[in-house]
Write a protein that binds this ligand. Sequence first.
Ligand code: ATP
Ligand code: MG
Length: 113
Amino acid sequence: MKLIIAMIQPYKLQDVKKALYDAEVYKMTVINVLGAGQQKGYTETYRGVIDEINLLKKIRLEIAVNEDFVEDTIAAIKKGAWSGKIGDGKIFVLDLPRCIRIRTGEEGSEAIG
Ligand SMILES: Nc1ncnc2c1ncn2[C@@H]1O[C@H](COP(=O)(O)OP(=O)(O)OP(=O)(O)O)[C@@H](O)[C@H]1O
Ligand SMILES: [Mg+2]
């Protein structure tokens, strides 16, 4: 199992949701966050003197999947979130050792899917 964490532009959430739906990925957690990447939160057109990090509004998606859904999930996020401009986002893929469905006590691939 993997936990896929994606940081995306808020205006791309609808496109990413649609791409995930098309890939039959329906379970997700969506969180509003603040973040900065390698531009320190400023655009390339910014002309001022930068002496602090400027945090921008981002969406953090968390999706736990079985191994056979990992690549399709990544591809869907890439497809939905891509504009080709700075700040398009990033995808982190983490190993996920356990998952438990509280209602039934199921574990692992049955609980996740
Ligand atoms: N190394 C990192 N650690 C933690 N969060 C990160 C990291 N890189 C990016 N993020 C998060 O992802 C968001 C989007 O990052 P962003 O797309 O700007 O990455 P980037 O490396 O600056 O790439 P680009 O040059 O395409 O903008 C950031 O606002 C931040 O929330
Ligand atoms: Mg950036």
